[in-house]
Structure formats: C-alpha cells, structure tokens
Design a protein around this ligand. Sequence first.
Ligand code: HDE
Length: 483
Amino acid sequence: MSINKNNLTTSWGAPVGDNQNSMTAGSRGPTLIQDVHLLEKLAHFNRERVPERVVHAKGAGAHGFFEVTNDVTKYTKAKFLSEVGKRTPVFVRFSTVAGESGSADTVRDPRGFAVKFYTEEGNYDLVGNNTPVFFIRDAIKFPDFIHSQKRHPQTHLKNPTAVWDFWSLSPESLHQVTILMSDRGIPATYRHMHGFGSHTFKWVNAKGEGVWIKYHFKTEQGIKNLTEEVARRIAGENPDYHTEDLFNAIKNGDFPSWKLYVQIMPLEDANTYRFDPFDVTKVWSQKDYPLIEVGRMVLNRNPENYFAEVEQATFSPGTLVPGIDVSPDKMLQGRLFAYHDAHRYRVGVNHQALPINRPRNQVNNYQRDGQMRFDDNGGSSVYYEPNSFGGPTESPEHKPSAYPVSGMADSVAYDKDDHYTQAGDLYRLLSEEERTRLIQNIVNSMKPVEKDEIKLRQIQHFYKADPEYGRRVAEGLGLPVPE
Ligand code: HDE
C-alpha cells in the first residue's frame, strides 16, 4: 500500500486500521494491550504539554520583517544594519509577565516584546518589554520579585500584600511601579504599545569603536490603553483578547508596524552621567541622548502552528551578532545565563535547531548529540577543535569588544540611589486626568494589603517622588502622610 496524505497513520507511519474502536476481547472487552495504536495515542496525549515559561507564559507571536531606514554603520558593523533598505526576517512574541499560560491578556502587567532577527550572521534576539525600565536592577532579586507577584503558597491566590511589601522594601521599583499603575499598565492591544530593549547595550563599528545604546520601538499604530474597568470586563468576556486582536489584524492585512530608534551614549559618558547608565530602573533623558532612527519592523504573517512557532520559540539577550555586545548591567548579565538555561529545561538542549529558532545561515560547531538531535548531528565531519581536518575555526575579528573593568570581587550595591527623581518626573509629566487614574489604580491595588505598615512605607516613597503623589495616595487609603 502506498501511504498518501489521506491515510491516517501511526507516528511510525503505518496505516491505522481503526481509529474509532479500541481493540477488545469481543464487543464488551477487556481492552487488549496489543492495541499499540491506542497505547501510543494515550501515552503521547499525556506528554503534549511542555513546561510553560516560568514568567511570560501567556503570549502571542507573528512573523515579519525589519527594514533599515537610516545609515547607522558609523556605530555598528552588524550586517543586518549595514545598508538602508536591507530587510531581515523577524519573529516577534508579545506576552504578559506574571500570569500562567491560560491567564487573561488584559491584566495590569508589563508586556514582553521579544524580537528574533534571523540575520545572515546568525540570530539576534532583542528581548525587551513595553516599558523602558524594570522593577529591580540586580538579577539576584528576580526570583523573589516574581514570587511576590505570583500566587500565595497556601491560598494559591494572587497576594497584593506580597506585591506591595516587596515594592515598599525595594525603592528602586518606584519608577516602574508608577509606569505599571499608569494608563500604560494595560495596553489596548499588543499593536498599540511601544517596545524597549530596556538595558544598555553596546554597538561596535567596523573599526572596533564602541558606543552605549538603548533601543526604542515606537508603535506606528499610536498608543492606546484600557481603563481598569474595561480591562476587567474584557478579561472575563475574552481572556485571549490581545491574542485574537493580533491574529485577526494580520489575517485582515492590517499589518502592525514599529519604528526602531536608538539613543547613543559615548563610552566615556558612562562614568559621569548623573544616573548609572547600567541601572535598568533608570532611563536616559532624550534631551541628553536624542532618538536616532534605525529602521522599521512590520508583522505580516501569522504562525501556521501556535505550539511549533510561539510555544517553542526561544529568545535570549545572549543571542548576539557581531557589532552588538552587552553592557555590565547586572540584570542583563544575569539574563545571559537564565534564558538559555530556561530553554534547555523547557524545550530541550537542541532548542536552537527547531525550525522556529534555527538560524538562516549555516551552523558550524562541534556540539554533538543531546536529546531530540533530529538534524544530521554533524554527520561524519570532524568533531573536535583544534584539528588537522579542516574543521571550522574561530574568527578573531569578531570577538566581543574588550573594555576595562576595575574594583574588588565582592557583592556590591550600586553606588547611585536616587530612586525618586525619575519617578517624580514621570508623575509631574502626567495630565491631571492621568494622575487621577494613576492614584485610583494604586489605591485600588493597595486597599487589600494586610498591614498599614506596608502601606505607610510605600506612601513615603510616593511622597519622596512628589509630595502631591504621596498625599493623594495617603488620602485615597485614609492614612496619614508619614513624617
Ligand atoms: Fe525575562 N525571562 N528575566 N525579563 N523575559 C524569561 O525565559 C529573567 C527581564 C522577558 O516571549 C524567561 O523562556 C531573569 C527583563 C521576556 O519567550 C526566563 C531576569 C526583561 C520574556 C527569564 C529577567 C525581560 C522573558 C522565562 C532578571 C525586559 C519572554 C521563561 C535578571 C528587558 C520571551 C523563558 C518570550 C522570559 C529570566 C528580567 C523580558 C526565566 C533572570 C528586565 C520578553 O529565562
């Protein structure tokens, strides 16, 4: 029999005789263990779920392209940025942070904004959020921070007391908390929000000269947000509202797009700038370092299969190409370990060989074997280096750029601790209506907190950012503004 696409087969390709009835002794059974088709179906079904992402579990993805619109070659030698008009395929995944993979899209939460550029020099991953800063600035705090955002170990319920206890004891979070509690905390869709690399990275040009940079993706759909009330209603009516919106927009040819800009900081400014440029809870003033256009990203193709493309997509800030290096930002440094470690656990050690993650260019290295090694595993080619058999060798000209380091090997805090100026500046930038909604959102969120001590501690932080900010939250909670 020649098998064709109309023939139902087992996973080993043999035709299936009966997919309606288990094999049994007579019509009433018992079921026969020799029904290997039944056994395989049930066993595979038990193993269909891979572990969800420990954060950013709920998400949606799409394919598209990035096109260079400005000459930035004086700053970076990255080939995909080497000439105006050059196009590079991309895959993007948007996500919420704290919710599980079945949770609602329209929650108050930062949004993941992860871009995989399939460049001719390997993949480049820009794994950011829809916010230019983050709650914390040292990777060592991340597991605790996420614990405080997730479910209580006894009740399995979200726990505002933990959320505000952690934030009130981590004043560096104030800037991002203000953004989260503002209108931008609930984007109307994934299409109507900006994206940011958040961290400082380094661009290096063909002469080996470097600059510090920060990435900004500006939505061309305009910023649109949901109020708390509307978001709550939608969360109940259609928990997959953002997922559905993105899919339908692309299906209907309404392709979302973003303009990419960078801020450029000369290397030497890092030592004198009034904020630590490697502190991801802080932004760089655009007056000091204006936005420079780089290109445009358009998403124009939906995934064919959600699991294969969105669930199995693996991003890492450590997936870098020549011309783009990391900075000493302690959060970024921690992420360089965490992402591929998470992927090895969640998807498998050969996750980068999966179609959605595989680079477009040839992969030549001496990594062999490991589970699910479904490519040729290097065939009979030489499998160690150095060797006398013409195997692939390193390209010294593409070593990451060297930079001076100093100081004692020690557990050291940042030496700049102004967590109030930028949060206060943001508060003072808001209109009266935006401030009123911000205060109401904070009061609604803090009301269930069990201990006044936590509320009073947090009010002090709001007050230090701006006295009106602190006073209005205190009034909303019926508490005094602490001395
Ligand atoms: Fe993540 N983060 N993160 N994160 N993150 C993950 O990777 C982590 C941070 C971000 O659509 C995980 O596959 C650490 C900042 C996005 O697949 C994990 C720290 C920013 C996504 C992980 C941070 C992000 C993730 C979860 C503190 C914005 C989804 C499972 C040092 C600049 C990517 C996984 C996608 C996913 C670790 C903080 C963005 C565990 C340790 C800051 C968009 O590897």
